[in-house]
Design a protein around this ligand. Structure first.
Ligand code: IVH
Length: 672
């Protein structure tokens, strides 16, 4: 292909892919197969690699992210991001109408929309190009999350048509579609990670991730519902939304019944009632309906308060609540020994799913609502996945029923439960002898951030434990191929994979082994600090309380926990066995060779992007040489190591406190 042909091909592919993206992510229609789409994308990627000068700034290949945001910049909203007043009944809506009718003479028309339960966002477009995306923040200023938002495929990077204003802002709600959120949790479950409880909070967390490539994989979605700008070329809100649809945004539509013009409160209520019933069918969460005055001129006349527009109101659905019978209370023992009481219910339909179990949280909660076996209870589903019991129908209670007695012994190992002061939960203290806790420890040991053992997952650990093949983490290293191969559904490949994974894990560095062993309060970061400062397990084991707390970032609680751990003979034995199997219990030669005390006593703040290090590498290097890394600048800061794009607020603070700013070359001189 000649240069000219390549240039044309890049253009054609970009346009085609943009159109496919739009029909798939915005209109939910797929015109070509996923495979064909990927092929076109690959073609474009290749051409762009060969001819980067012809690649469009907003090329569809950029959707995969890659840009890292170290610190999200705080930016002021051009138009403050107001909230909405709430209403809960038809009377409230009637009052709303009465209030505004006093302010306008003309006939009023309303637009009803869904109230999306996600994270609000404002996106600016200049000459049809996405230039900035900001979170709501406190309404006056928010965080610049442009890099992350650009990866969301239902948000156009380049608008279609030509009749969009030169500059405008569009607001909407980012959210996880229900199926995407479920899949995300399923994946976490498989990897032994804690589940996300709530889709909205998770979406909010995703938007603040530093690596946009991770965000790109998360499949967030976005509905847009509000256009702002100077001299907008329309007279009503409804028109603005229709136009936004033509420019390529995902908007509420008549076809999906997610937007409707209404003339009066009765019509508004028809819309509300319809969605109160149907909302469980949607693939995203809504928590109500938003009612807006349609005409811009009327909106102006009605005006706003400092907090919210007076021309719009939110109607909030009541959390869905049903009643059913409590059949039994069972108690789950978590990996840490924490006890969770679970209500076993007569199956009941709630928000589109059949509910059989609900959380009762803890002993206090049970006492507070005085819930008893055979009671008729109210079950509610809010934003959380796990429904909760919110009350009891005491009128229907059996006169012979007795208050619930909370268990005093562990349901798994019968050890007497303890409850520490200030803790809402009961715990089983039999940390090393209680089956779910033992299994939990093994699962933690094999997890990704610890030993990351290929082929071993939670289910396999359960099976090995049930079959008596592994009762602790050291037992894993005594497994042989035949033992695995004999297990049901274990083929040759799977068995060999596990054996190989275990052998490979013997090279995992000390700090991760230390984390994997599972000493309470020794998380990833603490394990790193301990490994660096004490160099090997013997030194940690023999350290006194004073020596431990004298170490960087090791507090009383952690020190106590470490001492308690090594005071138990079986723990010491376990470590010794692991050592015999060849796991790393000291820093490697490499780690030792690269570590000095040259930066001892110095505190560093790292800001910006570097050319010779990744940020984590730089931080590690500081720590390896005895320095400390802090995230905020204070009088105690010795140096700021600044890369490109150091945040302006950090710069101002550094100047004010007269902290010396050095670049990476100067930093390297310090440790040379
Ligand atoms: S309009 C001035 N429309 O609800 C009007 N907001 O409780 C601004 N929300 O901050 C908002 N769905 O984050 C509007 N269809 C919708 C909405 C919606 C959800 C959110 C939005 C707003 C909050 C107010």
């Amino acid at each position: 292909m000649t240069k000219e042909e390549s240039k044309n091909r890049i253009e054609v592919l970009s346009i085609q892919l943009r159109a496919h993206n739009h029909s798939y992510y915005v209109l939910s229609k797929s015109i070509i197969s996923d495979y064909d789409f990927d092929m076109l994308l690959e073609d474009l990627q290749k051409l762009e690699e060969d001819f980067p000068e012809y690649a469009f700034e907003d090329s569809p290949t950029k959707r995969v992210g890659g840009e890292i945001t170290k610190n999200f910049k705080t930016v002021k909203h051009k138009y403050s991001m107001l909230s909405l007043g709430n209403s809960y009944s038809k009377e409230d809506i009637e009052d709303f109408e009465t209030r505004i009718k006093k302010l306008v003479e003309n006939e009023l028309e309303y637009v009803c929309e869904l109230k999306y339960d996600g994270v609000a966002i404002g996106i600016t477009y200049v000459n049809g190009k996405l230039t900035q995306a900001i979170t709501r923040g406190d309404g006056v200023q928010g965080d610049d999350i442009t890099a992350n938002v650009k990866t969301i495929r239902s948000i156009p990077l380049q608008l279609t048509g030509s009749d969009y204003p030169e500059e405008f802002e569009i607001r909407g709600e980012l959210f996880y579609p229900k199926d995407v959120f479920e899949a995300l949790n399923k994946e976490r479950e498989e990897q032994g990670e804690d589940l996300y409880a709530n889709a909205r909070n998770t979406a909010s967390g995703t938007l603040k991730m530093q690596d946009s490539a991770v965000v790109a994989k998360r499949r967030l979605d976005c509905y847009l519902y509000f256009v702002l700008g100077e001299k907008l070329p329309f007279t009503t809100h409804y028109e603005s939304i229709q136009k936004a649809g033509e420019w390529g945004f995902k908007i509420p539509t008549e076809k999906l019944k997610s937007i409707k013009k209404c003339k009066n409160v009765d019509e508004i209520f028809e819309f509300i009632n319809y969605w109160d019933k149907e909302r469980s069918q949607l693939n995203f969460d809504i928590d109500g309906v938003v009612i807006k005055v349609n005409n811009y001129a009327r909106q102006e006349e009605i005006g706003s308060t400092a907090k919210s527009p007076k021309w719009a109101i939110a109607y909030k659905f009541k959390a869905e609540k049903v009643s059913t019978k409590l059949l039994a209370i069972t108690y789950q023992v978590g990996r840490t020994g924490a006890i969770t009481p679970v209500a076993n219910l007569e199956p009941v339909l709630l928000a589109g799913t059949t509910v059989k179990r609900a959380s009762l949280h803890n002993a206090d909660q049970i006492e507070k609502i005085d819930v008893r076996i055979n009671d008729i209870v109210f079950v509610e589903k809010g934003g959380e996945i796990i429904p909760k019991i919110v009350g009891v129908e005491t009128k229907q209670r059996d006169i012979f029923s007795e208050p619930t007695q909370y268990i005093t012994q562990c349901p798994e190992c019968e050890t007497v439960l303890v409850r520490k002061e200030g803790d809402a939960k009961h715990y089983c203290p039999n940390e090393w002898g209680c089956p779910p806790q033992i299994k939990g420890k093994m699962q933690h040991f094999i997890s990704r951030k610890a030993m990351n053992i290929d082929g071993l997952g939670e289910e396999t650990i359960d099976l090995l434990y049930e079959q008596g093949l592994a009762k602790n983490i050291a037992d894993l290293y005594e497994l042989n191929f035949d033992q695995l191969f004999e297990l049901e559904s274990f083929k040759e490949k799977k068995s060999q994979n596990i054996i190989d994974g275990l052998i490979d894990s013997k090279n995992i560095p000390f700090e991760r082994v230390l984390y994997g062993v599972g000493i309470r309060y020794v998380g990833e970061t603490v394990a790193k600090k301990l490994a660096r400062q004490f160099k090997n397990i013997e030194n940690i084991k023999n350290a006194s309380f004073e020596e431990l707390t004298g170490a960087d970032e090791i507090g009383d609680k952690i020190a106590e926990s470490i001492i308690d751990f090594f005071a138990i003979e079986s723990n010491v034995e376990l470590i010794n066995r692991l050592k015999e199997h060849g796991l790393q219990f000291e820093l490697s030669e490499d780690q030792l060779a690269n570590s000095t005390t040259k930066l001892e006593g110095l505190i560093f703040v790292v800001s910006g992007v570097f050319s010779k290090f990744s940020r984590d590498e730089l931080k590690n290097t500081i720590e390896q040489n005895g320095g400390k890394v802090s995230s905020s600048i204070s009088k105690k800061t010795s140096y700021i190591v600044a890369g490109e794009n150091m945040g302006p607020s950090k710069l101002a603070k550094a100047e004010k406190l007269e902290v010396e700013i050095i670049n990476e070359d100067r930093f390297l001189e310090l440790i040379q």
